[in-house]
Design a protein around this ligand. Structure first.
Ligand code: NDP
Ligand code: 8X3
Length: 255
């Protein structure tokens, strides 16, 4: 049997790109998705050349249910019965500050991407997972922000608490279909996350990671790979993974 496909949202940067790299280097075929089409194409070429795997690109905005459904309907027929794992990774924080000064457009972006986007993609991909005769799994990228709240984190934290709850709910609802569900909740990791959160302000973004060693994208890819490669009878429900210098959302040992 040819190698199964791993379907990754948000593969144009950060954790998603690192997952694509690691799964491809271990021989898995991929469906890589994100809005930035050119990045997907260059990642596709790099992974196919370096690892000899098949990489399908599909560019869509997870916030748009119609676009999500169309993109998944248009996947090539060779993917029938071949998608084994969905990694729900696409997500973002926008802004950080007290709730009474919150910007509703930022709130909508976070809720529409992190919660509704994850739901739209899951609803469209679950039927494909059900067709796969073998290891079936959904890996949701949650956050420490889905376990605790911190000053100024309000709506982002709420959206990641929703991911945490949805991971638990999916585990119950998908049990009859033998689909494992795992929630990975990282602490501070240096990716494009803070540049996006602070709307392109690189100095503010860099300050987040000053004075300690944050997680890097590869740490999360290795975690996802570990949970995806457990024996059939084992599911890792939930992993909270932090930089050594971070005790919780608000306690960081900075030099
Ligand atoms: P990056 O900003 O580096 O990557 C985010 C990815 O999400 C990009 O590929 C982006 O693709 C994609 N994405 C964002 N919005 C959309 C959208 N509307 N439609 C489709 N794709 C979208 O951040 P990270 O890799 O750090 O973040 C990945 C996940 O990890 C997120 O869910 C984040 O909340 C979570 N997380 C991050 C932590 C951190 O400290 N970095 C810690 C804990 C969790 P494109 O822009 O091309 O669409
Ligand atoms: C990203 C980590 O601590 O900024 O989810 O919320 S944090």
């Amino acid at each position: 049997m040819s190698s199964p496909y791993i379907f990754i949202t948000g593969a144009t940067a950060g954790f998603g790109e690192a997952c694509a790299e690691l799964f491809a280097s271990n021989g898995f075929n991929l469906v890589i998705t994100g809005r930035r089409h050119e990045r997907l194409i260059s990642l596709e070429k790099r992974l196919e050349n370096n690892h000899g795997v098949d990489v399908i690109t599909s560019s869509f905005d997870v916030r748009n249910e119609e676009e999500v459904n169309k993109a998944i309907d248009q996947l090539p027929s060779k993917l029938n019965k071949s998608i084994s794992i969905l990694i729900n990774n696409a997500g973002l924080a926008v802004g950080k500050g007290p709730i009474d000064l919150g910007i509703s457009e930022d709130w909508n972006r976070m809720i529409d991407t992190n919660v509704k986007g994850l739901l739209y993609v899951s609803k469209a991909v679950i039927p494909l997972l059900k067709q796969f005769d073998g290891h079936r799994q959904i890996i949701n990228i949650g956050s420490i922000a889905g376990k605790e709240v911190y000053p100024g984190g309000n709506v982002y934290c709420a959206s990641k608490h929703a991911v945490d709850a949805l991971s638990k709910a999916m585990r119950i609802d998908l049990l009859p279909h033998n689909i494992k569900v795992t929630n990975i909740a990282p602490g501070a990791a240096e990716t494009e996350f803070s540049v996006v959160r602070f709307k392109g302000n690189k100095t503010t973004a860099d300050n987040v990671y000053d004075g300690f060693d944050p997680l890097i994208a590869k740490d999360i890819a290795e975690t996802a790979y570990f949970v995806a490669t457990r024996p059939a009878h084992v599911n890792i429900n939930d992993i909270l993974i932090m930089p050594t210098a971070q005790a919780n959302s608000t306690t960081l040992l900075k030099k």
